[in-house]
Design a protein around this ligand. Sequence first.
Ligand code: ADP
Length: 246
Amino acid sequence: MSLITVKGLAVGYDGQAIEKDIHFTVNKGDYLCILGENGSGKTTLMKTLLHLQKPIAGEILLQDGLRSDEIGYLPQQTVIQKDFPASVREIVRSGFLGRNGLRPFYSKEENALAEQNMERMGIKELARRSYRELSGGQQQRVLLARALCATQKLLVLDEPVTGLDPKATMEMYELIKQLNQEGVAIIMITHDVNVAVQYSSHVLHVGTPSFFGTRESYLNSDLGKLFLLQRSKKMTADAEEGEAHD
Ligand code: ADP
């Protein structure tokens, strides 16, 4: 069953399209990776999907009873967010605010679900800690638990491992995989093409040319092969540059 169908979508700013003619579908249980060069419009597309900005053309159809406030969102972390002065529990519970607007309290069911989501993300023992004192990996778990308070259906993640060390990165990817296996559909922007190879069910490659299809068909396409090759060359070059600086 489809959760989202996007048809002929154009996204951009001030009436100017950055990316046009975007088509894709996300079904229950899918794991869609959005790939593309820097500046190709991935984040703009994501903001449009989340109704944070208006489409320039085309349609975004929410299906299977999915409401726009039932899409959990994990934005790219900014420095300001990293320093947010609130407890872990407060931040996780704030995931419910999108549903019913600003309220001074949460229901019993919401509090129970917040505790359950902290447990799922392995951060229950951090509940009373201040968010800003946590490591980057712990902070991302808190934001995942928060996003889960908004949804059990669809999570939208914008480069969720930026700034994390390799161990925290792997843990984050495994947590996201676990959520997907539990039935939460995932849409994730990533610059790491290996993640698409390892975890995704589908790939949307934004740019010219563009691509949407299963992971297998992407990996067998000329675009997929070329992008994979370019990225692995870049990773090798970056690693060599890193060694030269050591
Ligand atoms: P990606 O996520 O693929 O790196 P973005 O969606 O962030 O790309 O950006 C796509 C293009 O839109 C870039 O050229 C960027 O400079 C431009 N852009 C981003 N935000 C804005 C904005 N608020 N107003 C105008 N242009 C923007």
